[in-house]
Design a protein. Structure first.
Length: 236
């Protein structure tokens, strides 16, 4: 990675503990339960770095400590009410608890279902529960809910980058102002494509980066089919 020039909005973790966990996750001998734990732990570490850079602190009010001393309370800026978490089905679900735990209060979770068509490796959307994402056809008398200021996309893998780009386009069309993408592993080209899809509005944070994919669109050496490993559906 030292000799690879990536876009300025691409961030690959160099944390030694994360790299050790990623090495464990790569192993074919790592079973379902351990894979789930490792993805959760890596998501925590990637999310910690991403939100540390992507959020700021703002004063919220005042409270009292157990000894009765007043102190100013703080929350994030943007506030949790202006943040949405967007997992890409199905493996993105494995990262939701980690990112949710990092945020000070619960945020809306909107699911996107995308899969890669086998022959073209292009993304196909099969599920979308973004609220009001078809608002242009709705009655003008229906009040519209403002879109979140920040959307956080979670998906363990960015392989070709096509799925990440499709998700970014969907959220951009919905009207979000900024997007943070958190992933466990990406390829150089996939990471570059995701970053260039909306350069001024997207920051992409990943735990590691491999060189490329094979003829089936799988990352080399990669993690295998992480969805099948997480949900014990290998050989389906």
């Amino acid at each position: 990675m030292a000799n690879v020039q990536l876009p300025k909005n691409a961030h690959v973790s160099t944390h030694p503990c994360l790299q050790a966990k990623l090495s464990q996750l790569r192993s074919a001998s790592t079973g379902c339960r351990d894979a789930q734990t490792l993805v959760h732990e890596i998501a925590l570490m990637v999310g910690y770095e991403a939100l540390g850079a992507g959020l700021q602190t703002q004063q919220e009010g005042e409270d009292k400590s157990p000894l009765g001393y007043p102190y100013p309370t703080t929350t994030t800026s943007p506030a949790p009410s202006s943040i949405s978490l967007v997992p890409i089905l199905r493996s993105g679900l494995s990262m939701v608890p980690a990112l949710s735990a990092l945020l000070p209060t619960p945020v809306p979770i909107h699911h996107l279902g995308l899969y890669r068509e086998k022959s073209t490796l292009q993304p196909v959307e099969y599920y979308n529960n973004l609220p009001y994402h078809t608002s242009t056809s709705a009655s003008t008398s229906t009040p519209s809910k403002p879109q979140p200021e920040l959307a956080i996309i979670v998906d363990p893998i960015i392989a070709t980058g096509a799925t990440a780009c499709a998700a970014i386009d969907t959220l951009k069309d919905w009207g979000v102002k900024r997007i943070i993408v958190c992933a466990v592993l990406a390829t150089e080209e996939g990471l570059r494509r995701a970053c260039e899809e909306w350069e001024e509005g997207v920051q992409v944070w990943v735990g590691g980066c491999d060189r490329d994919v094979d003829e089936k669109g799988m990352i080399k050496p990669g993690l295998g089919d992480i969805g099948d490993r997480l949900f014990l559906t290998l050989g389906k």
